[in-house]
Every structure is written in C-alpha cells, then in structure tokens.
Design a protein around this ligand. Structure first.
Ligand code: ZN
Length: 297
C-alpha cells in the first residue's frame, strides 16, 4: 500500500491536424501553410477546460506552431501551465541526421524561451520517434540543456517504441555523462504484454471504462505516476478532411473525435493530474541506465 499522494502528468502536444505522421505521405511540409489552421481555437478550448477545473498541465509546443502563433504560447504561459518542446518540424527523428536534429531542436527551444521568458527543459519527440535507431538524440538533448524527456514508448508499434525499456521514470546517463530524466509513455501490463494506455488514438478507440481500467492498472492502483497525452485536433470533429490518405490513416486520425472531449473530462474527474515536473517530483527515481544499456547491448 502506497500512501504518498502522486500526481499524474496531463500533456498536450500542440500541433495541427496536418502535421501528423499519418498524413505525411499526402501533405508535404511546404504545403502546411495552405491548410486552414485549427490549432489556436482547439488549444483554447483545452485551456478553458483546464482553467475551469483548476489544473495546470504541460504543453509540448511545436516550434513551427510557436513561430506562427506566438500569442498562443504567451497565453498558455500566462495561465500558469508548463511549456516544453515538441521539436520544430515534426519530422521523425530516426529519419533525420544528428546535425539537422541538433539545429532544429536548438531553434525550437530558443523560440519558446523567447516567448515564454523561461528556460525550456523538457522535450517530446514527434511521434515518439526516439527509438533504438535514434538514441543519439538523447545525447543532443542533454547537450542542449534539456533535463527531462518524454519521447520513449516502452512498447512495440509500427512507427515507434523501445520494447522492453523501463515503464517508470528513470535516469538516462548520456554519452558525455550528463543525466536526462526519462518519463516513458504509459503502458499497462495485460497478459504479459505492454499495452499503450497513455491516450491519443487508443483513448479515442477504446471505450472509456477500458481506458480508465488500463490507466489505473498502469499506475498500480495510483501508486505510480503516469502520463496522459492528447492533441488539440483530437477534440475537433469539424476539422477539414484530408483527401487521398490511406484507409488506415483515416481510421487512426478520425475515429471518435466527438467523444474525445467528454472522455477527457472524465479522465480529469477520475485521476489527479498536474504538470510533468510536478509528476516527476511526486515519485522517487532510482533506476539509472546508460545509452548502451538502453540500446540493449
Ligand atoms: Zn506530435
């Protein structure tokens, strides 16, 4: 029995519907400005909800969005939420070179720091794309001054995941010896398998009772803090439809958009949520791994 009060992390990845990896084949980054933007209005709906319920959360903001909607970043900050980086261009890290990753991550950090007037120390990769192929990104994050990361999904998926990596917060010792706290995305053990239970598309596909059960199971009946995430476009049933995407991409993107907001309200009612930093602060981190151990060598 654990009597210490824990805080789960509520997180929003601030990006628009046309940034998602599922549409990368049909919408090129140079065409992004031609799509009607929905990110400001959707994020403001979420801000209203969190304000009404009086909780502070963490917003991982895409540099590309921050550059175009600086007032949104300032508003998030003014409402007392934590701001962290979601990179700049939303490209998969394992498809980038370390040089490109370093340059655009530094750029997005600077954009957010200038707007928020506070050091940006947390990071989440586009589509959780820190995998065994891109562990070098963790070294670069530590070099750039990030102290915590939330990019690793300890599960097997077609586009991301490090199966077998720790399921609770741990300390990564990067190649030059600088530590980086990793808060992995929530998974629940069901019949020996790690099942994603952190939100996003799964949250829209599962009935709410199943999501709640999985999240509670992952947290060992509220003994261990976990992460919940969603995107502003997930609460927007009226977003423009993207033509020519595959059946599977459409399924992943459009399922149950209408149900997302009421389900999110249920999550906030049923679990205690705060920022990533509050959540990390509510748990004792004892496990330590270096990059080679994380690579499984
Ligand atoms: Zn994203």
């Amino acid at each position: 029995m654990n009597n210490t009060a824990i805080t789960h992390a509520m997180t929003v990845d601030v990006e628009d519907y046309y940034h998602v990896a599922a549409f990368a084949q049909v919408i090129k980054p140079e065409d992004w400005p031609q799509w009607p933007s929905r990110v400001e209005a959707n994020t403001e709906k979420l801000l209203q909800l969190f304000d009404d319920r009086n909780i502070k959360i963490t917003f991982f903001i895409l540099g590309w969005v921050a550059e175009r909607y600086p007032e949104l970043v300032k508003k998030i900050r003014a409402q007392g939420h934590e701001i962290a980086s979601h990179g700049y261009s939303h490209q998969l890290i394992y498809k980038q070179t370390p040089e490109v990753f370093r340059a655009e991550t530094a750029k997005s950090k600077q954009i957010l720091e200038d707007l928020a007037q506070t050091p940006i120390t947390g990071y989440r990769a586009a589509s959780y794309s820190i995998t065994r192929k891109s562990l070098w990104a963790l070294d670069i994050l530590a070099e750039l001054g990030f102290t915590w990361d939330s990019s690793i999904f300890p599960t097997r998926h077609d586009n991301y995941g490090i199966p077998g990596s720790p399921e609770e917060p741990y300390r990564i010792i990067t190649s030059n010896g600088t530590p980086l706290l990793e808060f992995p995305l929530t998974t629940a053990k069901v019949l020996g398998q790690s099942v994603p239970a952190a939100g996003g598309g799964y949250f829209r596909q599962y009935p709410y009772a199943l999501s709640r059960w999985l999240f509670n199971r992952a947290s060992h009946n509220q003994a261990k803090p976990q992460i919940f995430y969603l995107h502003p476009w997930e609460i927007d049933p009226d977003q423009p439809r993207v033509p020519n995407a595959s059946w599977f991409s459409n399924f992943r993107h459009y399922t149950n958009l209408k149900r997302c907001m009421p389900r999110l309200e249920n999550m906030i009612r049923d679990f205690p949520f705060g920022t990533m930093s509050q959540s990390l602060g509510s748990t004792q981190i004892t496990r330590e791994l270096n990059i080679r151990e994380l690579a499984g060598n």
